[in-house]
Write a protein of this length. Structure first.
Lengths: 313, 272
């Protein structure tokens, strides 16, 4: 129990730290945001009124407090560019990014576990060598270049999908999923390559241990040893690795959303940066940051569930 | 025994292929610093989106610019940005890592907690935050990525220092009257070289990918200057009419990253 309490407190502290750092970061931007919105030759009274309504004339701690309490409630103020509440903008784009991440993580797990086991079953065998070579090459391909190649081959040459013609899930859910498969593959493939490699190392490490010999000597087939005995233990370090992968998938989706013209959080963030729409940037950063932290938190909990030794540390 | 020999052979092959790939890319880059077949920014209305030919081996882009020249120039810019980035991250990372690892204590505790938080974030997200603060452009992207890479270097160096400072040679040096600074940078630092080398190659890869990603998002190098990422971003619009435009810079990135990762894996295996 103490372990959980400690973990939760440290999660809350880091979340607080992120909000504080984000807040400070966007305070030090040179220039007065009221002035920059109205233009340099605006009436002083108008600037003052806007400062008042934006809450800019309050003291720093006061402003941080209102930012914090807003952020907890999901209220980040209004977007400069769209004039709408930032929370509304974010939640409209949330489903795209979440679907993209979920689809690619599903692909990563579904493909890399069997491949990793095949590789480690006969180290140095033909299957292992081919898979190792292919994964090493695929690891070097950035997701957005892979996305461009996929667009070229499957979109333009084979015409399996219309590039850039994103279909909203409310319109046609089947079409939406069919379109999302391609960006998900672009994100998943380099990560599958990494996961296979990591899993292989982990399985090979386990195979050297005594319990494997015991399992074999009890008459288990090699397949049963791998799937029922080794895999469970070999997956433990992979859990931590997957936490990193999930963070990477989220970051990768920022770039891949541009390749496939998806209206996700990443696109929103990039547009907001070029338009100096700070409330949106702030919210996007806090948002993605919190998701990454919470994923890591869940990974930690899972990890100690399957390997209680870490609690003692 | 037999298996062991087979393995070391494949490893050597990895090193050979890795060095070959990186050399080819470096040849492009180094020659590109002094000479390119055409002016990288020279436009020509008559040569729009021409496929590869003898005069233009990689074809031309939508403004009639020679893609080979632009790839040479752009790869050079991407490389330069990555090298300076890694140099900044490495220098600051070594300083932070050496002091925190060697002395430990409360400062170490706080810095490492901060470090853990920062490294759990994808570097491109951190870079995006910084760029939104200081703005886009070639020099800004160097500063941003340099800062973003400090934590990962600091972490590696710190854990090396924690191990090394307990070793006999450090005690001997102390007995001989060497000061802390001397021990840290004259005695311990050279011994971290193997780890640093493989960290540097991985860091270069990450920097190249990050620069390409940022420039692809138009947050890095700005037109008319070329970088591998910004070329890909331009090429995407003309994917159907000029697919070669995207392939040249994209394959350049793949070869570089593949080459460096093959080399770094080999260095890593030799040490561990």
């Amino acid at each position: 129990m103490r372990y959980y309490i400690k973990k939760v407190i440290s999660l809350i502290m880091v979340l607080f730290l992120i909000m504080l750092l984000t807040f400070i970061a966007f305070q030090v931007i040179p220039g007065d945001s009221a002035l920059s919105r109205l233009g340099v030759d605006a009436e002083p009274e108008a600037v003052e009124a806007l400062r008042e309504s934006l809450g800019l004339n309050k003291s720093l701690p006061e402003r941080f407090f209102s930012f914090l309490s807003g952020a907890v409630r999901g209220d980040f103020g209004n977007s400069y560019q769209y004039g709408k509440p930032v929370g509304e903008l974010l939640s409209a784009r949330l489903s795209v990014t979440v679907w993209l991440a979920v689809l690619s993580i599903f692909m990563i797990i579904a493909v890399s576990v069997p491949l990793g086991l095949v590789c480690s079953r006969k180290e140095g065998g033909v299957a292992d060598r081919i898979i190792t070579m292919v994964t090493q090459t695929l690891m070097a391909v950035p997701a957005f270049f892979l996305g461009i190649v996929i667009t070229l081959i499957f979109g333009l040459v084979l015409e399996w999908f219309a590039p850039g013609a994103y279909i909203a899930p409310g319109e046609d859910f089947g079409g939406f999923l069919r379109y999302m498969i391609f960006p998900a593959v672009a994100i998943a493939v380099p990560k599958i390559a990494m996961t296979v490699k990591f899993l292989k190392t982990s399985v090979l490490r386990e195979l050297k241990l005594d319990y494997v010999r015991t399992a074999r000597s009890k008459g288990n087939s090699e397949r049963a040893v791998l799937w029922r005995h080794v895999l469970k233990n070999a997956l433990i370090p992979v859990i931590t690795f997957m936490g990193m992968v999930i963070a990477d998938v989220l970051a990768g989706s920022i770039v891949v959303e541009k390749v496939f013209n998806l209206p996700g959080i990443g696109r929103l963030l990039i547009t907001a940066i070029s338009n100096r729409d700070y409330p949106v940037v702030e919210a996007g950063v806090v948002y993605i940051g919190s998701v990454v932290l919470i994923v890591n938190f869940i990974v930690d909990l899972l990890y100690q569930k399957v390997d209680p030794r870490v609690r003692i540390k | 025994m037999k298996q062991g020999r087979g393995q070391s052979n494949t490893k050597n092959w990895n090193m050979v292929i890795g060095i070959a790939l990186v050399s080819v890319v470096l040849l492009f880059v180094v020659v590109g610093l002094f000479w390119t077949p055409y002016e990288p920014t020279a436009m020509s209305a008559a040569l729009k989106n021409k496929p590869p030919s003898l005069l233009h081996p990689f074809g031309t882009d939508y403004m009639g610019r020679d893609i080979l020249s632009r790839v040479m120039d752009g790869a050079g810019r991407t490389f330069l940005i990555s090298i300076v980035t890694v140099a900044i991250g490495l220098t600051a990372g070594v300083l932070v890592g050496a002091f925190t690892g060697y002395y430990g204590g409360i400062v170490d505790e706080i810095l490492m907690r901060l470090n853990d938080t920062l490294t759990s974030f994808p570097s491109i997200l951190l870079a995006i935050v910084f760029v939104s603060l200081i703005g886009t452009g070639e020099y800004n992207i160097i500063a941003v990525l340099g800062v973003v890479f400090i934590p990962s270097f600091a972490r590696v160096v710190r854990s090396e220092y924690i191990v090394q400072k307990e070793l006999d040679y450090v005690r001997n040096a102390r007995l001989l009257g060497a000061g802390n600074l001397r021990i840290m940078f004259v005695h311990i630092l050279p011994n971290t070289r193997p780890i640093l080398l493989s960290t540097i190659t991985i860091g270069l890869n990450n920097a190249i990918l990050a620069e390409a990603g940022m420039s692809y998002l138009s947050l890095g190098v700005q037109p008319p200057n070329a970088s591998l990422g910004s070329m890909l971003s331009e090429a995407q619009t003309y994917l159907l009419s000029a697919p070669w435009f995207a392939l040249a810079p994209g394959l350049m990135i793949v070869f570089t990253v593949l080459g460096f990762s093959m080399i770094s894996e080999n260095i890593g295996k030799k040490n561990g």
